[in-house]
Design a protein around this ligand. Structure first.
Ligand SMILES: [Zn+2]
Ligand SMILES: [Zn+2]
Length: 341
């Protein structure tokens, strides 16, 4: 997920994008992504925010001051529509709601995950992580990382959105487009009166978003298959201007969606070939260590290895759904092998 074209947070400024839309960069302290772009969309009854940023005092100050700079007081905010539950998007939504008395809206599938997360104790969360890593074939040192701290779960939304719903933005048309993959309830938001698409993390101009399966060995979902389908759905909306949650604003969401799809199709082909080369079934962890990442596997920090394993698992599951590989039981950890054709 690193990029030579990355732009540091220090170079970012709040921007008037025209048509009653502003972007405000909100830092993600200690994260190479740098910042979340929070958007404010004007309406006669108060602005609505798309995403809110990471829950940290510096991020809060940047959001408040950045909105102020474009003429929006946090107290006037009518509501926050969150593209997905991740902490760099939903983290500050609760604080905005406290100050403004506005609503928080999220897709129903991510709202259900927030409910689940808020119900888990830290101990239960750690146990879940450790068991997931063991079943994927991680070593004891890697399982230990499961004791890492987690960010506080986001605020529970007041409103739940389904595909096609209009967001409460008086005088304008902002429609939720369900784009599962990066999370089960990820939405893009189509500002239909301006041919613009808020793409959240679904489509970014330079990097590809993380798509993983958790727990890694689940066989009842296909997030990468969902993600590829969601890319096609965005393509069907036409060549809209894209307003992503990271990196920078760019033209033609449809062209970028097609490029990201090709990237994953290539990756699936390479992975199928890799399994065919090996004469024995491989664990998810072994597969992850053999795939190419932006750094050598040996140099990946344990938390990044965990994310890489999630991505490997999502690609394995997509190949399984397509009938190109199968999973093999009877081992300590789940394994996959190629199906001879
Ligand atoms: Zn995300
Ligand atoms: Zn993000």
């Amino acid at each position: 997920m690193t990029s030579s074209r990355r732009r540091p947070y220090a170079e970012q400024r709040p921007r008037d994008l025209g048509g009653g839309v502003w972007s405000v960069p909100v830092p993600i302290p200690g994260n190479p992504l740098g910042y979340t772009l929070v958007y404010a969309v004007e309406s006669p009854r108060g602005p609505v925010l798309v995403d809110a940023g990471w829950n940290h005092p510096d991020a809060w100050a940047a959001l408040r001051d950045g909105l102020e700079a474009v003429g929006v007081g946090v107290a006037e905010v009518r509501g926050v529509v969150v593209t997905h539950f991740h902490p760099d998007h939903a983290g500050l939504a609760g604080q905005v709601r406290e100050v403004s008395g506005g609503w928080i809206a999220m897709h129903e599938a991510d709202a259900a995950l927030v409910r689940l997360m808020r119900g888990l104790s830290d101990g239960e969360h750690r146990g879940f992580q450790a068991e997931m890593l063991r079943r994927a074939g991680a070593g004891p040192a890697e399982v230990d990382v499961a004791s890492d701290e987690r960010p506080p779960p986001p605020a529970q939304p007041d409103r739940e959105l389904a595909d096609g719903d209009l967001v409460d933005l008086p005088g304008r048309k902002l429609r939720a487009v369900h784009t599962p993959g990066h999370t089960p309830g990820h939405i893009c938001l189509h500002l239909e009166d301006a041919d613009r698409l808020f793409t959240g993390d679904h489509i970014l101009p330079d990097i590809t978003p993380h798509v993983g399966i958790y727990p890694y060995d689940r066989g009842d979902v296909d997030p990468l298959g969902d993600f590829l389908h969601s890319l096609d759905r965005v393509g069907e909306l036409g060549p809209l201007d894209a307003l992503p949650a990271h990196e920078w604003v760019f033209p033609d969401a449809r062209a970028r969606a097609a490029a990201i799809r090709r990237h994953h199709e290539d990756r699936l082909d390479r992975l199928a070939a890799l399994l065919a080369e090996h004469r024995r079934p491989l664990t998810i962890w072994e597969v992850a260590s053999l795939m190419s990442w932006n750094r050598p596997w040996a140099d990946l920090a344990p938390a990044l290895r965990g994310m890489a394993a999630g991505e490997a698992a999502a690609h394995l599951r997509a190949l399984e759904v397509r009938g190109r590989i199968r999973r093999v039981g009877g081992f300590d950890a789940v394994r996959f092998e190629a199906i001879e054709s």
